[in-house]
Design a protein. Structure first.
Length: 254
């Protein structure tokens, strides 16, 4: 009976996510927010219906598409925190460079061996954008991270593969991107505030976001990147230990 009442209470209780950054510019100008706050302009400009040229009768536009509306009600969006220019070397080369307008953000590229033959470096550039936000949730809930495709009107510039994370045990919001190498060198600009990730909880509950501006030293505490116990499988060990200890020591329920 007690378990049933607890589940009933939690059903109406929002999932709380604490978002931390050490950068005042990011805190002020580049906050993650509910997905419904990032509706694309092309969609907002649509009429709800139009007259079909084929049948001469009213037809609905995507303003009434339930699949679109439902995904726009899910979770929260991480926007790009700075303009980013990526110079992608031609096909067959391994050349690339990047430049943030904020001059301080960072990006790295994973070695090919980490993904085998998938999207080889001579044909694709992998770039991991190091996000200045971390996300913490005290509840053991998994979240899908997907690319907000409806917000990108140049869909062939890059792709962000999906994944599943748990913000109770893993707090980073790194953005993994792949850029296709063309026959010639090319450059791509990702503008500030473009939605880069959508985090969708595996739950029907609403969400509530809290924002925190902290020192860089404190921010590192909230980042899973600070926990490197093993050369491999370190995340699984950290998750196991934190489950046994009741969660991350910096976010344990009082």
């Amino acid at each position: 009976m007690f378990k049933f009442l607890k589940e009933l209470h939690n059903k109406h209780k929002p999932i709380v996510v604490d978002l931390y950054t050490y950068r005042p510019d990011v805190y002020e100008f580049s906050r993650p927010n509910r997905t419904s706050k990032f509706l694309p302009n092309w969609w907002k400009d649509l009429e709800k219906s139009y007259t079909s040229a084929n049948s001469d009768r009213p037809a609905s536009t995507m303003r009434r598409c339930n699949g679109f509306l439902d995904i726009m009600r899910q979770g929260f969006v991480l926007p790009m925190w700075s303009d980013l220019k990526v110079n992608v070397g031609q096909k067959g080369s391994f050349n690339y460079s990047w430049l943030y307008s904020d001059t301080v953000s960072n990006a790295t590229s994973h070695e090919q061996e980490q993904r085998g033959n998938f999207l080889p470096n001579e044909s694709f550039l992998h770039l991991k954008l190091h996000c200045p936000w971390t996300a913490v949730c005290k509840e053991d809930i998994e979240w899908s991270l997907i690319q907000p495709s409806w917000h990108n009107e140049s869909p062939f510039d890059y792709v962000t593969p999906p994944g599943v994370v748990n913000f109770k045990f893993q707090h980073s919001l790194e953005v993994h991107t792949f850029f296709e190498r063309k026959e010639n060198n090319n450059s791509i600009i990702i503008p500030h505030n473009r939605p880069m990730l959508q985090a969708i909880p595996h739950s029907n509950r609403d969400i509530h976001l809290n924002y925190h501006l902290v020192s860089e030293k404190d921010w590192i505490k909230y980042s899973s990147q600070a926990v490197l116990l093993k050369f491999s499988h370190g995340y699984n060990m950290v998750k196991k230990i934190r489950k046994e200890n009741g969660g991350c020591p910096f976010h344990r329920s009082k």
